[in-house]
Write a protein of this length. Structure first.
Length: 280
């Protein structure tokens, strides 16, 4: 971050990078402890406990865990189905851990995909996510409308032979904005989401409505605008015959005219990025 744009942002971005790395460290630690018989609820509690022990007191949303065909959101119709269940992990079963802690006022929202033992389908999905990370960054730098980029992600999934599973999220979002919140010792939650973060997202939605943009990156008309400067938690989610995989990480968008400074991933030292480098 030696450039002018990066230098101006670096002090703030370091806070976001710190909490994102903390969340991914949690995901790796909890994934290493998973074993047959562990339930989604237990895995979610493990994430929450690990983070709380390290000073997390607030959340964009509380941790999620999905096992088996729930990693592909099979049969999901209502928001309550996203919450952890008593589904038990079995050998070879895919899993996704998803958490959004707030630490020292900075927010992260991450997704970590894995399997309990060998799962060639999940491994293939995880590998093929690399092309989506590259496509999203390239087209954000080209300042294409968010809705168009979403459609191009869809087309890439079809070419790969996969189904779009982030479309199952509320409003079909592939990403949403994140920001700083006031640091507090404790913050209440509403339906699993931190009230401070919800207020911030609502304020962004109101401001965006007036200015012609949305803090939600969706396939709908309200996302038919160029990328808005800020920090976006991006999560392309692939599905194939009851198996799902995704990553989720922060993309930084600026108003710089320099393409490389106009958009960049906050951190390239993340588990899925390291895994792709090892596969080369």
């Amino acid at each position: 971050m030696a450039t002018a744009v990066h230098g101006e942002l670096s002090a703030r971005l370091q806070g976001f990078k710190k909490v994102q790395r903390l969340a991914y460290a949690c995901a790796e630690a909890v994934a290493a402890r998973l074993e047959p018989g562990v339930t989604e609820r237990q895995a979610a509690r493990m994430q929450r406990g690990w983070l709380c022990e390290r000073g997390v007191r607030d959340w964009f949303h509380l941790p999620f865990a999905w096992f088996g065909d729930r990693t592909a959101f099979t049969g999901f119709r209502v928001p309550l189905q996203f919450f952890p269940t008593d589904r038990r992990l079995e050998p070879g079963m895919p899993f996704i851990l998803d958490m959004a802690p707030v630490y020292e006022g900075f927010t992260a929202d991450i997704g970590y995909s894995g399997a309990l033992g060998d799962n060639p389908v999940q491994e293939r999905l995880a590998t093929d996510l690399r092309a989506h990370r590259a496509l999203i960054l390239r087209e954000v730098r080209e300042r294409r409308p968010l809705r168009e980029i979403y459609e191009n992600v869809d087309r890439l999934m079809v070419r790969q032979g996969y189904a779009n599973r982030h479309r199952a999220y509320p409003f079909g979002v592939i990403a949403h904005k994140v920001d700083q919140v006031k640091e507090r010792r404790w913050s209440p939650q509403l339906f699993g989401f931190g009230t401070q973060s919800l207020k911030g997202l609502a304020a962004d939605a109101l401001r965006g409505h007036r200015e012609g943009w949305s803090p939600l990156w969706s396939p709908y008309r309200f996302s038919d605008h160029p990328p808005q400067p800020g920090l976006w938690a991006v999560e392309p989610h692939l599905g194939f015959r009851g198996t799902g995989a995704k990553f989720e990480e922060i993309l930084v968008v600026t108003d710089s005219r320099d393409p490389e400074q106009s958009a960049f991933w906050l951190d390239d030292d993340l588990p899925h990025v390291r895994r792709w480098a090892e596969e080369e």
